[in-house]
Design a protein around this ligand. Structure first.
Ligand SMILES: *[C@@H]1O[C@H](CO)[C@@H](O)[C@H](O)[C@H]1NC(C)=O
Ligand SMILES: *[C@@H]1O[C@H](CO)[C@@H](O)[C@H](O)[C@H]1NC(C)=O
Ligand SMILES: *[C@@H]1O[C@H](CO)[C@@H](O)[C@H](O)[C@H]1NC(C)=O
Ligand SMILES: *[C@@H]1O[C@H](CO)[C@@H](O)[C@H](O)[C@H]1NC(C)=O
Length: 165
């Protein structure tokens, strides 16, 4: 019984650490650097840097003093045929602007508009936000959702149930 309890406690601690540790996101600031994004840890400082960069081409990016939690973003502008919200840029699209990185949730990145009127009239936008480590990457599995979080959670619950049974 004690052994089971200890295993359960360790398991719960492990899972909590996973969720409590700070978020990391892919980071890049234009179409070129986004071919090879780096990974950044979300802090007030990195989210501030995102706000600063985004405010160079987006309207009304609010100044946020600080956030308790952050989100990963992928804000892509492109020309050419319109792609569905979950699809990737196709062969006939040109990426005109791209940003990946940590952000303050309160800047509501997907609600912002382009400052340049010409770009605003002609570019399509694709904007995604997500809340798990490195989730702002459209890999082959299309991880742009909370699916990773859900899967980790279910596995932990299963293990826990097994240990306690
Ligand atoms: C982030 O920006 C806000 C608003 O400008 C500022 O008050 C705060 O000190 C900055 N935080 C960091 C860690 O740079
Ligand atoms: C960010 O700054 C705010 C206050 O401006 C603070 O309450 C918050 O804990 C900070 N977030 C992190 C993750 O350090
Ligand atoms: C891209 O454009 C070519 C030539 O107009 C067309 O044949 C092709 O079907 C287009 N591909 C997609 C994915 O839209
Ligand atoms: C960002 O979103 C665009 C549009 O869906 C996608 O083509 C691109 O692959 C995404 N970037 C990354 C690094 O996943």
């Amino acid at each position: 019984m004690w052994k089971k309890l200890i295993i359960a406690v360790v398991l719960v601690a492990f899972v909590s650490v996973q969720f409590a540790s700070s978020l990391t996101c892919y980071s890049c600031i234009d179409a070129t650097s986004c071919r090879n994004p780096t990974v950044q840890t979300c802090t007030n400082a990195t989210a501030n840097a995102s706000s600063l960069w985004l405010s160079t081409y987006l309207n009304d990016v609010p100044v946020v003093a600080g956030s308790q939690s952050f989100m990963c973003t992928n804000l892509t502008y492109y020309t050419g045929p319109q792609i569905p919200p979950t699809a990737s840029i196709g062969p006939n699209n040109t990426v005109t602007s791209q940003f990946l990185g940590c952000a303050h949730p309160d800047i509501r990145i997907c609600a912002r508009t382009l400052t340049d009127p010409e770009a605003r009239a002609t570019w399509n936008s694709h904007c995604g936000v997500c809340y798990t480590d490195n989730c702002n990457f459209d890999g082959p599995a299309g991880t742009f959702s909370s699916s990773a979080y859900t899967i980790i959670g279910s596995i932990a619950a299963l293990l826990l149930a097994k240990v306690l049974s």
